[in-house]
Each structure stands twice: as structure tokens, then as C-alpha cells.
Design a protein around this ligand. Structure first.
Ligand SMILES: C[S@@+](CC[C@H](N)C(=O)[O-])C[C@H]1O[C@@H](n2cnc3c(N)ncnc32)[C@H](O)[C@@H]1O
Length: 258
């Protein structure tokens, strides 16, 4: 009988602790292929969705911004190109390493920090803007991450998050997840000799509460005016949630302090 050397994906995601360990390992392994796989899985659309998110941020020159789960830096560099003073944070040092080596790093300065978005190393009310691309779905403690984001946002600040949605219609969801499982398994075998590598995406979507429920959780974490826009016919979503209060002129310009 063959011996299993890896835990099953279902087991790997069965508890917050297991998910934390699994996600850290996964992104270290896929970091060198991450940009390629994102283009392949989104049919080249991903950069356009990220540009849409950046345009929703209404950046003013010098405005501090925090991009969480920044990965190789697409959103972080997009914010910096629009004039923001950007801090990017990610738990995977391999991703940060790739971000530092991007050509844009020669002329756009980012501060890149290794850290966990469920325990942010920044004081309260540090940033008027917090962004994420595919971040919330990957954390083992979604309410905890939202509470941390709310804490570090300045009063009147905005959180913008792009991620997959979990379609509410059962038939649509089944077809969508079956498609992602098939394509993910094939790419996993081709690129890593491991079908589970990208099957993580549909498995994480299966466990994700979906765009509407993220708004409810954001409200419970203290956000006001949480809304989401459909991307790719609602298979993906961009959330925009605000922290109550007024952004004073100084808060819009103050650099993140950590
Ligand atoms: C799917 S990638 C997204 C990267 C980038 N934001 C983008 O849109 O291309 C998810 C990223 O989340 C990071 N990540 C996962 N869990 C994290 C956590 N708890 N804290 C910070 N980053 C985390 C991973 O290392 C990975 O770089």
C-alpha cells in the first residue's frame, strides 16, 4: 500500500492552525511561479482587476497606504505609481524577495515588511488606506484579520480587497469549483508534480463565506458602509469598507509610523 507523505488538503485546512501552517508552506513553494500561475488562471485579466482596485483608492500624492498579503507586489507598486507611500506586508519572505527584485523597484520605493496580517506590527490608526489582493480568503482567522485592519486604519480610512467570491447559486458554484479543481490539478502536476498545489484555490473558496458574508463580518469588526462590486460576473469581488470618522488632512498625508 502506498504511504501518504503529505496530509490531505482537506486535513490541511481542517483547523485554523493547520491552515496557517499549510498556507505558509504553500506560498513559499509556489512563489517563483506565482506571477505565471496568476496570469494563466485569470486568462490575463488579473492585472486589470488590480488596476480597477487601485483606481478606487483615490490616491493623493504622498498618501500612506498599506498593502497586505502583498505577494510579488502588483497592487503595492500600482499604488506607489499612483503617488502613494506604500508599505507592503506579506508572511512569505520568498514573495517579498521577488517584489524587491521587480524592475519597478528601481524607481518606485516601497517599504516591504514580513509579517502576519492577523497580528499587524503597526500602531492603531496608522494608515488611511489598506488594500489586499487575494488576502482575506487565505487567513485562518477572517474576523481576526478584519479586526486588525480596522485597528490600523485611520478614522475615515478605507479598506479595498480583491478576492474570489463564493457563488451563492449551488449549480454555478459546483461548475465553477469543478472547473478550478480540474485546471488547478493539471497545473499543479505540470508545474510542481503535485495536483494539490492549486487545488487549494477551490478548496479555500469552498470554505470561504463569500462576498456578502465578508461585508457582514466587516460590519461586526466595526466597519461602516461595506459594499462589494462584481468582477467577472460575480465570480470575483472587490470590497470597499470604511472606518467611521473623518480623514483629517494630516491623516491623509501622515506616513505609516511603524
Ligand atoms: C494569492 S497571494 C496574493 C498576492 C498579491 N496580493 C496579489 O494579488 O498578487 C496571497 C498572499 O498572501 C500571503 N499570506 C497568506 N497568509 C498571510 C498572512 N496571514 N499574513 C500576511 N500574508 C499572508 C501569501 O504569502 C501570499 O503572498
Amino acid at each position: 500500500m502506498p504511504t501518504r507523505t503529505r496530509p490531505s488538503l482537506r486535513h490541511a485546512l481542517s483547523t485554523p492552525e493547520n491552515k496557517h501552517t499549510y498556507v505558509r508552506r504553500l506560498f513559499s513553494v509556489i512563489a517563483p511561479r506565482y506571477d505565471l500561475i496568476t496570469v494563466l488562471l485569470s486568462y490575463g485579466q488579473d492585472r486589470r482587476w488590480k488596476r480597477r482596485l487601485v483606481s478606487m483608492a483615490r490616491i493623493q500624492p504622498g498618501m500612506p497606504a498599506l498593502d497586505l498579503a502583498c505577494g510579488t507586489g502588483d497592487i503595492a507598486f500600482g499604488l506607489a505609481a499612483a503617488g502613494a507611500r506604500v508599505t507592503g506586508l506579506d508572511i512569505t519572505t520568498g514573495m517579498l524577495h521577488l517584489a524587491r527584485r521587480r524592475p519597478e523597484a528601481a524607481y518606485l520605493h516601497l517599504r516591504l515588511v514580513a509579517g502576519d496580517m492577523t497580528a499587524l506590527p503597526f500602531p492603531d490608526a496608522s494608515f488611511p488606506l489598506v488594500t489586499m489582493g487575494y488576502g482575506l480568503r487565505n487567513v485562518p482567522d477572517l474576523p481576526g484579520a478584519l479586526a486588525e485592519i480596522h485597528r490600523v486604519l485611520a478614522p475615515g480610512g478605507q479598506m479595498l480587497s480583491l478576492d474570489f467570491n463564493r457563488p451563492r447559486n449551488r449549480a454555478v458554484r459546483s461548475v465553477y469549483l469543478a472547473y478550478l479543481t480540474l485546471v488547478g490539478s493539471a497545473l499543479g502536476v505540470i508545474l510542481h508534480r503535485d495536483p494539490d498545489t492549486y487545488r487549494y484555490i477551490p478548496e479555500s473558496i469552498r470554505r470561504y463565506p463569500g462576498a456578502e458574508a465578508v461585508c457582514t463580518l466587516a460590519g461586526a469588526a466595526g466597519f461602516t458602509q461595506c459594499r462589494w462590486g462584481r468582477v467577472l460576473g460575480g465570480l470575483m469581488a472587490i470590497h470597499s469598507c470604511n472606518k467611521a470618522g473623518e480623514l483629517d488632512g494630516a491623516a491623509g498625508q501622515r506616513p505609516g509610523t511603524a
